[in-house]
Ligand binder design. Structure first.
Ligand code: NAP
Ligand code: HSE
Length: 376
């Protein structure tokens, strides 16, 4: 699909990403191609995801989703991803209003740009402010899972990047969301900006197997180790870049990749494989050519470090990139890749889910308690 993009870069990025999530191959025509390509790269969408050209004949205007009215967001977490999301929402004050932000350390959040008037040091306090949707970005299983559960029971939409909660309790929470008539969206829990869930859902019923590099931290660490760094130095760099989990052992021992595999298996096959073998990269000594590969059929899943031949389609997955190969019944293979972790790619995936909530939800009229427009 060839699209002419608006000069507003954030809007152009959101619009292009929405098309990519729908499965379109996008060529973006722009009067400022360098700036647009840089904005897309920051959002985790490199040249493998979208081609940017200065002029393209036959380009159609980029469809831009305009929510019917401002969506009120209660934001739980203002860390790597939460900070990015808050800043993205601040660029869209006519579309989103953050009514509260929950953290543990209010002063740190203020230093990182969150307005004092929105901050609470307790999630339940933040959730007592008016909101249509809860964005859960605190991570971990508890209290995140119970906050998501009580929000759904209170008939609030929920967007989360939390793979631990969704892998462990996703089906239960989805039933709650259905019963409450609200949405539970979690695209950012797998693959950062890579539309892994969306693509597998579109092809559900036709998928024979999938395999991929699903953990950015271990991939980055393997690259750095292959370049001569010690494991602990490489992990410190991944933490500084905002790729690692709060406890990076979950990245290194394969837990994070296994949780993502479980979420993807449900999307592809409607069930979790009965056998799931997990091995991490902690014992890898010679990292050259090694990738942490997650592979899955309907019956069996496996996460383990594999020394790949140079020509293997996963071998060139670099740094914080994620890649997914989806093998279909007709013999064809789909290949996806994008930046799999970090502030901006993850925030972009959360934002895209928020647009989906705004677009799909029959939101109740906003009668009272309108919070401040972010950035206002
Ligand atoms: P993070 O940098 O550790 O930030 C966590 C935020 O949540 C901090 O603001 C922290 O507040 C707050 N928080 C934690 N526990 C809390 C509690 N009990 N009550 C109130 N606030 C609490 O984490 P992150 O990297 O942004 O990741 C957030 C989620 O996104 C996780 O589920 C992670 O797996 C997922 N994710 C992350 C990435 C990535 O690239 N980082 C990518 C995809 C998905 P304080 O700072 O005050 O403690
Ligand atoms: N820690 C995760 C990773 C974040 O490195 O892939 C993205 O889910």
């Amino acid at each position: 699909m060839i699209v002419a993009t608006p000069s507003n870069l954030p809007r152009a990025v959101h619009g292009i990403y929405a098309l990519i999530r729908q499965g379109h191959q996008v060529v973006a025509s722009s009067e400022q191609p360098g700036a647009l390509a840089a904005a897309l790269r920051e959002a985790g969408l490199g040249p493998a995801c979208v081609e940017v050209v200065p002029h393209a004949s036959g380009a159609q205007p980029l469809p831009i989703v305009e929510p019917q009215r401002r969506l009120r967001v209660a934001l739980l977490g203002h860390g790597t991803v939460g900070t990015g999301l808050y800043r993205r929402l601040a660029e869209l004050p006519d579309q989103f209003t953050v009514t509260a932000i929950a953290v543990r350390d209010v002063r740190k959040a203020e230093r990182n740009g969150a307005p004092a008037r929105l901050l609470h040091n307790e999630c339940r306090l933040a959730l007592s402010r008016p909101h249509d949707v809860v964005v859960e970005l605190i991570g971990g299983t508890l209290p995140a899972a119970s906050l998501i559960e009580s929000s759904l029971r209170a008939r609030k939409h929920v967007v989360t990047a939390n793979k631990a909660v969704i892998a462990g309790r996703g089906p239960y929470l989805e039933v709650l969301a259905r019963e409450a008539g609200v949405q539970l969206l979690y695209s950012a829990s797998v693959g950062g900006a890579m539309p892994a869930l969306e693509t597998l859902r579109r092809h559900a019923g036709s998928v024979v197997a999938f395999s991929g590099v699903l953990n950015a931290t271990s991939n980055f660490v393997l690259d750095r180790m292959a370049a001569g760094l010690a494991l602990n130095e490489a992990v410190a760099q991944a933490q500084a870049a905002g790729y690692a989990e709060a406890d990076p052992r979950l990245d290194l021992d394969g837990t994070d990749a296994a949780q993502k595999l479980v979420i993807l298996a449900r999307a592809a096959f409607g069930c979790v494989p009965q056998r799931l073998v997990q091995e991490g990269i902690e014992h890898v000594r010679d990292a050259r050519g090694v990738r942490l590969v997650a592979s899955c059929t309907a019956g069996a899943g496996e996460v383990r470090p594999v020394a790949l031949a140079a020509g293997h389609p996963l071998a060139s997955t670099a740094g914080a990139e994620n890649r997914l190969l989806i093998q279909l019944r007709d013999g064809s293979t789909l290949s996806l890749s994008a930046t799999g972790a970090g502030r901006w790619p993850t925030a972009e995936a959360v934002l895209a889910d928020l647009y989906d909530v705004a677009g799909r939800a029959g939101l109740r009229p906003q009668t009272s308690g309108l919070g401040h427009a972010v950035g206002a």
